[in-house]
Design a protein around this ligand. Structure first.
Ligand code: NAD
Length: 338
């Protein structure tokens, strides 16, 4: 059993911790929290809690929460740490991971330069094999990488154009939004294009990103120049054959991110999570070498299975197919038509 420490227990950290506990080859030795809030209280029922500094121990104790020690103590017990702290903090933490000689998985908010490899299980699993520091790319890049890597591998891609309609913030965040505005990224391409290349290779990618007042999901409008003529039916079959992509349809009422999130709750997913990238069947249209499709990305959870796979790759415990299959089985990810 791999001993994993989870540093940062917010939107991503708490989901990754639970996903690790659902696997049969790894477990969470502890989670690190900075404040003794309701999330810490609920976490204390499942996990051993650690805090940044000894002075935080008293603060937790005063709130009736027993923290077992500091983040350093937690790391001493682990073989690998998942750093799910807010963007930019991982860069500060890496020095202490180096000193302790512990492997670390970082998240997409960190700069690509922090790690020896950026990671997406479909796009470049092998790039993380045996590495000490790996960055799981962001929710948007994960969404783009899932579907485009399938097209790259099956047919070949000459160029990708994508418009990303981004949710303003997450559901539990009342500080950042929702914004009453539409906010375009003013650089071209947006940072997502170069980020996608870190996992997909040197395929030209143009991306534009626009932030909108919603907290549910991102939506991507993707146009791909394929290396060969393509057929819409074949593309749908390719997508439906992959468990981490699900092909959905407006015909039975799932015509927006609101119904997709409702669907995730109805099928009993923990926290209403949708790990899969949802591609709308009606939007998959091929004409000659040109392919168009629209997909929805649940930003809070699509990177969760990727973190689990990154751990196996870094410790060289499984090959790509085996790791993905195990992660999917334990998280109930089945793919297909929904
Ligand atoms: P978050 O703010 O929800 O959670 C971060 C957690 O880390 C919080 O519990 C916070 O209290 C804690 N923390 C803050 N400073 C810390 C420190 N110095 N040491 C330990 N813990 C500390 O953030 P998040 O949304 O989970 O994002 C984490 C990372 O994942 C970022 O790199 C982000 O870009 C990336 N990411 C976020 C999303 C998303 O949609 N939320 C999706 C994919 C990737």
């Amino acid at each position: 059993m791999i001993r994993v420490a989870v540093n940062g227990y917010g939107t991503i950290g708490r989901r990754v911790a639970d996903a690790i506990m659902q696997q049969d080859d790894m477990f969470v030795v502890g989670i690190a929290k900075t404040s003794p809030d309701y999330i810490a209280r609920l976490a204390s029922k499942k996990y051993r809690i650690f805090v940044p500094d000894r002075k935080n121990l008293k603060e937790f104790e005063e709130k009736g929460l027993a923290a077992e020690g500091t983040i350093d103590n937690m790391i001493d017990e682990a073989e690998i740490v998942v750093d799910a702290t807010p963007e930019g903090i991982g860069e500060k933490n890496i020095e202490s991971y180096r000193k302790k000689g512990i492997k670390a998985v970082f998240q997409g908010g960190e700069d690509a330069a922090i790690a020896q490899a950026s990671f997406n299980a479909y796009a470049n699993f092998d790039s993380a094999l045996g590495k000490d520091y790996v960055r799981v790319v962001s929710c948007n890049t994960t969404g783009l990488a899932r579907t485009t890597s399938v097209l790259r591998d099956a047919i070949g891609i000459s160029r990708i154009y994508a418009t990303l309609v981004r949710r303003a913030t997450d559901q539990n965040d009342s500080k950042k939004g929702p914004i009453n505005a539409v906010e375009p990224s003013l650089s071209f391409p947006s940072h997502h294009g170069p980020d996608l290349q870190t996992v997909l290779g040197k395929i030209p990618v143009d991306t534009v990103a626009v932030k909108v007042p919603t907290t549910l999901m991102h939506v991507h409008v993707i146009n791909v120049e394929m290396k060969k003529e393509v057929d819409s039916r074949k593309i749908l079959d390719l997508f439906a054959a992959k468990r981490r992509i699900f092909v959905t349809s407006g015909k039975d009422g799932k015509s927006s991110t609101a119904q997709l999130m409702d669907y995730a709750r109805e099928i009993g997913r923990a926290r209403g999570d949708l790990y899969e990238i949802a591609v709308w069947e009606e939007s998959v249209k091929a004409s000659g070498n040109r392919l168009n499709y629209v997909q929805a990305v649940h930003q809070e959870s699509d990177v969760v299975p990727e973190n689990v796979d990154a751990i196996r790759a870094m410790l060289e415990l499984s090959d790509r197919e085996d790791s993905i299959a195990r992660t999917d089985r334990f998280l109930g990810i089945k793919g297909g038509m929904h």
